[in-house]
Design a protein around this ligand. Structure first.
Ligand code: TXA
Ligand code: MG
Length: 326
């Protein structure tokens, strides 16, 4: 059913209260977090949670992250808070780290996809934590249609979900720009399930133990699909040398080029230039992929970032994955 999507702003205290009361009424509100915009719904309202899956066209077995404003709100959701969880929470919350806990008995299977665990994080924006202390915990997947680019601005949320949700709370561009790192402490050794802004070396330092990386395990988490975060333009990842060779060859297709090294592009190509710093690159990558779609090009060639930028390479590999025809 078509909904009228209201535009609200974190600049306006009244709007933050309106967003909280909409959530309490079971409505769907896109909220800014430091990572990406999330599509929030009250975690205590199963109808609202089901509506999130419909609005995003998301398969129902993909579990959702619970977002809290205060550690007191963990009560009733987790079976235990082990020492490892305590150390990680102390170091990284509020912030872009999602921790997988053993769930408490009465958590809705709609949130966990039927698992025995629950993913939880505390976002870093003060206005959002205040909102969460009023609304109570919310589920909040990224506020995009299934498989599409994650939004890092209110406008990108409107581009994907206008008419499908009740409101968008505009908090300006996200300052981290990539989804949270997901770490599973329910099994030993501790595993990173999704690479993100908190690097595995930092987690390993905090816990004083080795952590297993996504490339070293084959935990198939629903939601970790090979084709994900995709722009509409057909994208291809090329190492710097191959990219330069391709650019030197005659090509009739209109091509946009996303690069961070200094490369002189032939005139017919459209350039999208990203910063050379890992975190700034991460902050701008989704916006750059969204911008690529506005250039009217048939292809997007992406310069392969350094191998150790795991969180960025993870997103780019999925953005470029060519799904075999069914
Ligand atoms: O930064 C973020 O985490 C953003 C913002 C909005 O907070 N949220 C986000 O949510 O990225 P979403 O739904 O797009 O991604 C959630 C990921 C999925 O890959 C899902 O499979 C995984 O978290 N997940 C959720 N619960 C899990 C669980 N119990 N065990 C393992 N993975 C889980
Ligand atoms: Mg997502």
């Amino acid at each position: 059913m078509k909904r009228k999507t209201q535009r609200l702003s974190t600049q306006n205290a009244c709007d933050v209260s309106i967003a909280a009361s909409l959530l309490l009424q079971g409505k769907l509100v896109a909220i800014p977090t430091e990572t990406v915009y999330g599509l929030a719904a009250s975690a205590l309202n199963e109808d609202a949670i089901s509506a999130v899956f419909r609005a995003k066209k998301r398969p129902v077995n993909h579990p959702l992250i619970l977002h809290i404003g205060d550690t007191k709100q963990l009560k009733g959701w987790v079976a235990e808070i082990c020492v490892q969880a305590q150390a990680l929470m102390k170091q990284y919350w509020p912030g872009p780290l999602t921790i997988i806990f053993k769930k408490s008995n009465d958590v809705s299977p709609l949130i966990t996809g039927g698992r025995e665990t629950i993913a939880i994080r505390m976002p870093d924006n003060p206005a959002i934590r205040e909102l969460l202390t009023i609304s109570g915990p919310v589920v909040a997947p990224s506020a995009n249609l299934h498989k599409k680019l994650s939004p890092t601005s209110a406008q990108q949320v409107f581009n994907g979900l206008d008419g499908r949700i009740d409101a968008v709370l505009d908090g300006g561009p996200c300052n981290v720009g990539l989804e949270s790192t997901i770490v599973d402490i329910t099994q030993q050794p501790v595993r990173v399930l999704r690479a993100g802004p908190i690097y595995p070396e930092a987690i390993s330092n905090t816990l004083q133990q080795k952590v297993v990386l996504p490339a070293q395990h084959n935990e198939a988490v629903a939601g970790n699909m090979p084709a994900h975060y995709q722009p509409q333009t057909k994208a291809k990842l090329l190492d710097t040398e191959t990219l330069i060779t391709h650019l030197g060859q005659p090509n009739s297709a209109k091509v946009a080029v996303l690069h961070y090294s200094e490369i002189n592009l032939p005139q017919q190509n459209q350039a999208l230039v990203l910063p050379l710093s890992r975190s700034e690159y991460g902050q701008r990558i989704y916006q750059a992929l969204a911008d690529a779609d506005t250039l009217g090009c048939e292809q997007l060639w992406i310069e392969h970032p350094p191998e150790h930028w795991h969180e960025v390479n993870d997103r780019l590999r999925r953005a470029c994955f060519d799904e075999p025809e069914q």
